[in-house]
Design a protein around this ligand. Structure first.
Ligand SMILES: NC(=O)C1=CN([C@@H]2O[C@H](COP(=O)(O)OP(=O)(O)OC[C@H]3O[C@@H](n4cnc5c(N)ncnc54)[C@H](O)[C@@H]3O)[C@@H](O)[C@H]2O)C=CC1
Ligand code: BAL
Length: 477
């Protein structure tokens, strides 16, 4: 069984609603603690049976490559599911999320038989072999902002390493993960290897975090929930926890940055407004040298004002609704408070013909927010970017680091020495130079400070989350 939903004995339903229209897309029984228990039992039986875990890695790779092909075949379906469930612009899903997700499955499939163990430096009287073993039954808890992509970041390495994985999508966006479960069956993954459990965080999510039969849990989402999961793991079985959490990432522009021309502004727009700013690495703080601040604000504000706002299902749309009205109201409140405290909010506003259900908020540039205000410190997860100026490199680094987060940063300068100094000084897991980027599949992705804990995703480093090292110490005669 690869898809588990609840028996609905407590009448708890998961209603999936299109945030752009209010249309009910699906109604599912929500998995709860009972379904988690049953899924763990089945996953453990599968793991112990060795039909996946003990299979030669090359064979696991072949099945995962078939899964990637099926995802390729259904790429448009997967793009539409995320667009409808999350309100993400369809063009972003088609060109970013879906190809990136498929690449992740394919890359980890190919890596399955390329991760070698180690041999200890012994004398001839011993042989010390260190191998990486699958953890067993493992879990992933996903966010709603990149539903398919985050599922793939976890599925690829967890399954390539030989584990049995339980995957809990966010309650708002379960349908792409459910589709992946069907594709996994079609690809030939044994039952109990990938189990998708659509359910609420406080029920299915919490049950996963506290389950003694789960050996590792990888989470992407808010810092508050990450903290809860870590505490639950510590109170129960000390499962290995890895957390990819919030951010308040800076975009640092040195005095020569305008030399990058339109490329600079395009990347800054992506950094700030991809998925309406509901992105863990969103470059939500522009830190710009005072000499070019006025010009940057003028160009950036004009570009932000030109973004097409509307129905996310239309290919030309760059800005859809936020995930919920509560999210929109939180973003609006933070901007209103900053304005009340003396900041200026630049925005072209919303078009008049938007669907009345959608929680739209226009791309907004906040200049002059007083130090310590919420827009500068909190992860807003909306299409709002702040502008702060600096006079020196040291001040830029100080301001960049003045948050509890440390996920990502981008910086722009033609000067190599300056770039190195900034990249070294900024406390973040991923620093992109002269681009906005999260790196690619070959490079580790993980946050510092309160943005991340327990190991990176992507690259072969990701196997550390999903494997345990074993030493076999042999006396030779
Ligand atoms: N860094 C990132 O990529 C993300 C950050 N966020 C931040 O979090 C804010 C709130 O969004 P939420 O959807 O409420 O995020 P959340 O962190 O509560 O939800 C993420 C996932 O965790 C699950 N979850 C919730 N409580 C849980 C618990 N006690 N135990 C186990 N799993 C649990 C949810 O069901 C969902 O699958 C956003 O506005 C944003 O600031 C949200 C999603 C992704
Ligand atoms: N941007 C990929 C990770 C995330 O937003 O959750």
């Amino acid at each position: 069984m690869t898809v588990t939903t609840g028996t609905n004995t407590d009448d708890r339903l998961l209603r999936v609603v299109n945030p752009a229209t209010g249309e009910t897309l699906d109604t599912l029984p929500a998995a709860g603690a009972a379904e988690v228990d049953a899924a763990v039992d089945e996953a453990q039986r599968t793991f112990d049976g060795g039909v996946w875990s003990a299979r030669p890695p090359r064979e696991r790779a072949a099945v995962l490559l078939r899964l990637a092909e099926l995802m390729e075949r259904d790429a448009e379906i997967l793009a539409r599911l995320d667009c409808e469930d999350a309100g993400k612009p369809i063009t972003e899903c088609r060109t970013g999320d879906v190809p990136g997700a498929i690449e992740s499955i394919r890359w980890f499939a190919e890596a399955a038989d390329k991760v070698f163990g180690r041999i200890a430096p012994t004398g001839h009287d011993h042989l010390g072999l260190m191998s990486r073993e699958p953890v067993g039954v493992v879990a992933a808890v996903l966010p709603w902002n990149y539903p398919f992509a985050m599922a793939a970041w976890k599925i690829g390495p967890a399954l390539a390493a030989g584990n049995s994985l339980l995957l809990k999508p966010a309650e708002a966006t379960p349908r792409s993960a459910l589709h992946v479960a069907r594709l996994a069956t079609e690809a030939g993954l044994p039952d109990g290897t990938l189990t998708v459990l659509p359910g609420y965080g406080t029920e299915a999510g919490r049950a996963l975090a506290r389950h003694p039969g789960i050996g590792a849990l990888s989470f992407t989402g808010s810092t508050a929930t990450g903290r809860r999961i870590l505490a639950d793991a510590a109170e129960t079985n000390f499962k290995r926890v890895s957390l990819e959490m919030g951010g308040k990432s800076p975009q640092v522009l040195m005095p020569d940055a305008l030399g990058f021309g339109v490329e600079l502004i395009d990347d800054m727009i992506d950094a700030a407004f991809l998925t309406m700013g509901q992105n863990c690495t969103a470059g939500s703080r522009i830190l710009v040298h005072e000499d070019i601040a006025a010009e940057v604000v003028a160009r950036f504000t004009a570009a932000a004002g030109a973004l097409v706002i509307g129905d996310p299902a239309k290919p030309e749309t760059r800005t859809g609704p936020l995930i919920s009205r509560a999210a929109r109201d939180r973003v609006a409140r933070a901007v209103d408070e900053a304005v009340a405290a003396g900041a200026v909010a630049h925005t072209a506003g919303l078009p008049a013909d938007l669907h009345p259900y959608g929680a739209y908020y226009p791309p907004t540039v906040v200049v002059g927010a007083p130090e310590g205000s919420g827009v500068l410190t909190e992860e807003l997860f909306g299409p709002v970017v702040t502008v702060q100026t600096f006079a020196s490199e040291q001040e830029a680094i100080r301001t960049a680091n003045a948050t509890p987060y440390g996920l990502a940063a981008s910086l722009w300068t033609h000067d190599l020495d300056t770039a190195f100094r900034l990249a070294r000084g900024i406390q973040a897991g991923v620093v992109s130079v002269n681009a906005y980027s999260e790196g690619d599949i070959t490079a580790p992705f993980g946050g510092w400070k309160q943005s991340g804990f327990g190991g990176a995703e992507r690259s072969t480093d990701a196997f550390a989350q999903w494997t345990r090292e074993k030493t076999v110490w042999i006396r030779t005669r």
